[in-house]
Design a protein around this ligand. Structure first.
Ligand SMILES: [Zn+2]
Ligand SMILES: [Zn+2]
Length: 220
């Protein structure tokens, strides 16, 4: 697995090799020549060919490389149907934040659904719908390697913001409790921003949502 913080929002673009020379690109945030050079060098060094673009959600910072992934490799992103409106809004968000966004390609026709098993090469991931930060947010659970591609749901010592369109604090807390804290403690969470963490560490000490129910988002 490779992680590169990209663009003005320090968004983690995650690359998961499929064990057969392919690589899945999660949330491509490449926005500059240097970031594409890093990607090219990594593909060269490890002999990898991009096979799929899978989105945890479609906020601006997670889709900035979608144009390039389509132009270079003919890959269209897959996402959850409830985040298609978020994808459509990315250009509006780019204007609002004053950053450049190349025209986005059409998404793949087949949207992710909760519980879906994704198989590609030797990868086997489970999709879990985790709304609250974005309505169609999903995480990808890799049981074989005890890790989760988590997007902007649960961060090291923090959680995703809920003040953007379609955000909902109660939903976010429920998503974390149901889809993430139900996983074994040793599972690593690779989030959309910042450092990786584990389910056990966040369950014990996350100040917003924790297993004891004393988090700031849980106190009513
Ligand atoms: Zn986001
Ligand atoms: Zn983000």
């Amino acid at each position: 697995m490779f992680v590169q913080a990209c663009n003005a929002f320090s968004e983690n673009t995650v690359l998961l090799p499929d064990g057969e020379g392919g690589v899945v690109v999660f949330d491509p945030g490449f926005s500059s020549a240097q970031e594409w050079e890093w990607f090219d060098a990594l593909l060269d060094e490890h002999g990898l060919v991009p096979k799929a673009v899978w989105l945890t959600h479609a906020h601006l910072d997670h889709v900035m490389g979608c144009h390039g992934m389509h132009k270079r490799y003919g890959l269209r992103p897959r996402l959850h149907s409830l985040d298609r409106p978020t994808y459509e809004m990315a250009h509006w968000a780019a204007e609002r934040y004053g950053v450049a966004l190349d025209p986005l390609p059409e998404c793949e026709d087949q949207d992710f659904v909760d519980g879906e098993q994704l198989e590609l090469g030797q990868l086997n991931l489970t999709v879990r719908h985790t709304p609250g930060h974005a309505p169609g947010h999903v995480v990808f659970v890799d049981d074989r390697h005890a890790r989760v591609i988590g997007g902007d749901v649960l961060f090291q010592g923090s959680i995703g913001r809920t003040d953007l369109p379609g955000g909902d604090p109660d939903q976010l807390a429920a998503s974390i409790e149901n889809a993430l804290y139900s996983l074994p403690d040793h599972y690593t969470v690779v989030p959309g921003h910042g450092s990786a963490t584990t389910i056990g560490v966040e369950k014990a000490g996350n100040p917003f949502v924790n297993a004891a129910g004393t988090g700031m988002l849980q106190r009513k």
